[in-house]
Design a protein around this ligand. Structure first.
Ligand code: HEC
Ligand code: HEC
Length: 358
């Protein structure tokens, strides 16, 4: 009886660890080891577990210029590794040289993103998201049929798709799965602040004061005390909260981009946008969905004294619209010093994520 129990437990253990190994072709050492020390367990779709071949194919597609109409532009043209996979232009230009309408978002730690993609959350899954820029007229402006033809004409891709997918097909679904795998493999977890949390680095006095401000909420007993309360929305391991909110950039009359509201058509979502991660924020100017702020100083000034009232302004910000957050020049400097501890230089130099064609 006892032996059976032990055997049962052993079998269970085995089946668990096997389950974690990934789906396709994982018999031949093809398991991709996602390193994410300090972060919670990632949210990777059961039907698209990371494999070495899958991530590598996705990486190639991410840097593949034939995904665009005139073969001049890849995903990486607007998601640049040295800029934490974002674009430091206010509005990226697509193949036609025309600017888009929003600021490019930084693509890292997507495996922890549980609530849709894009500033307005119009793509449910990363795989849905990944096919949209290819077809977007202001971005890569190419048809999926053409992309498939171009990839099929390349013997290297024919072989790689066969290695990664059971059906071996070059089709849009498999392209989207490979891109999803690569984007899920991009992990940022080695900033100074991560090291601080692991007792491997110390914060300077200014960074430490900034950290306190970042976490401190408004205290009605000390109404004149400066606070950031950034944690309220930019919290958790990735300094975001997976929701869509209005942080007071515009009054109702000024709102030209309705953000999530244009997708859901609900009044409560008017002018709400995805709360972006503040990891690597130093590297990803300009800021906000329309890149209206060029510097972190301008961002802090917004929160400190520029929050505007509107019907959907997040309620925690009402007091900011009225009273501001009381930061003086030194407080602002400290808060920015803290934000800069979230920069992960490994992310921007890691050869795992770099251009495979260079
Ligand atoms: C011309 C520039 C451009 C190109 C090319 C481009 N992107 Fe983007 N990307 C953007 C912009 C701008 C946004 C924000 C758009 C929005 O929210 O409406 C964005 C958003 C994203 C997001 C959302 C991240 C989040 O946190 O929700 C992902 C993921 C992404 N892009 C991946 C890709 C992939 C994969 C490709 C290639 C197939 C690609 N991008 C090609 C400019 C570009
Ligand atoms: C009530 C929620 C909320 C609070 C509190 C909040 N933010 Fe934000 N933050 C947002 C939202 C929503 C956006 C995106 C807004 C947009 O682009 O329309 C954003 C965007 C940003 C951006 C730009 C990110 C990018 O990639 O462009 C920075 C930087 C930022 N916040 C820093 C802070 C700091 C620092 C604090 C504390 C002083 C703070 N936030 C407090 C909701 C909040």
């Amino acid at each position: 009886m006892r032996i059976f129990t032990i055997l049962g437990i052993t079998l269970l253990l085995f089946s668990c660890s096997k389950d974690d190994e990934g789906s396709r072709n994982d018999s031949n050492g093809n398991k991709y080891n996602l390193e994410y020390t300090g972060l919670p367990k990632p949210n990777i779709a059961e039907d698209n577990k990371l494999t070495k071949n899958g991530v590598e194919l996705g990486r190639r597609l991410f840097y593949e210029k034939t995904l665009s109409e005139d073969n001049s532009m890849s995903c990486a043209s607007c998601h640049v590794q040295k800029d934490a996979f974002s674009d430091i232009r206010r509005f990226s230009e697509g193949v036609k040289g025309l600017p888009g309408k929003r600021q490019a978002m930084a693509v890292f730690n997507m495996a922890w993103n549980d609530n849709k993609f894009f500033w307005d959350g119009r793509a449910n899954l990363l795989r849905d998201q990944s096919l949209l820029p290819i077809q977007d007229h202001l971005e890569m402006n190419e048809t999926l049929d053409n992309v498939i033809l171009k990839l099929k004409a390349n013997a290297d891709y024919v072989e790689r798709f066969q290695d990664v997918f059971e059906d071996g097909e070059i089709n849009s679904f498999n392209i989207s799965l490979a891109l999803e795998q690569f984007m899920n493999s991009i992990v940022s977890n080695n900033s100074k602040y991560d090291k601080f949390l692991q007792n491997k680095a110390n914060l300077s006095a200014s960074e430490e004061r900034g950290r306190v401000l970042y976490f401190r909420a408004y205290d009605p007993l000390k109404p004149n005390q400066a606070f950031g309360n950034c944690i309220d929305c930019h919290g958790g391991a990735n300094f975001e909260n997976d929701s869509y909110m209005n942080n007071g950039l515009d009054t109702d009359e000024e709102m030209t981009d309705l953000g999530r509201g244009a997708v859901t058509e609900r009044a409560v979502d008017r002018g709400t946008f995805k709360i972006p991660s503040l990891r690597n924020i130093e590297l990803t100017p300009p800021y906000m969905h329309d890149g209206r702020f060029e510097t972190l100083e301008e961002v802090i000034d917004h929160y400190n004294s520029g929050v505007k009232l509107s019907t959907t302004l997040n309620p925690t910000m009402l007091s900011l619209a009225n009273e501001g957050s009381k930061m003086n020049e030194q407080d602002k400097k400290d808060l920015i010093a803290f934000l800069k501890t979230l920069t992960d230089y490994d992310l921007v130099t890691n050869p795992k994520y770099s251009d495979p064609f260079e």
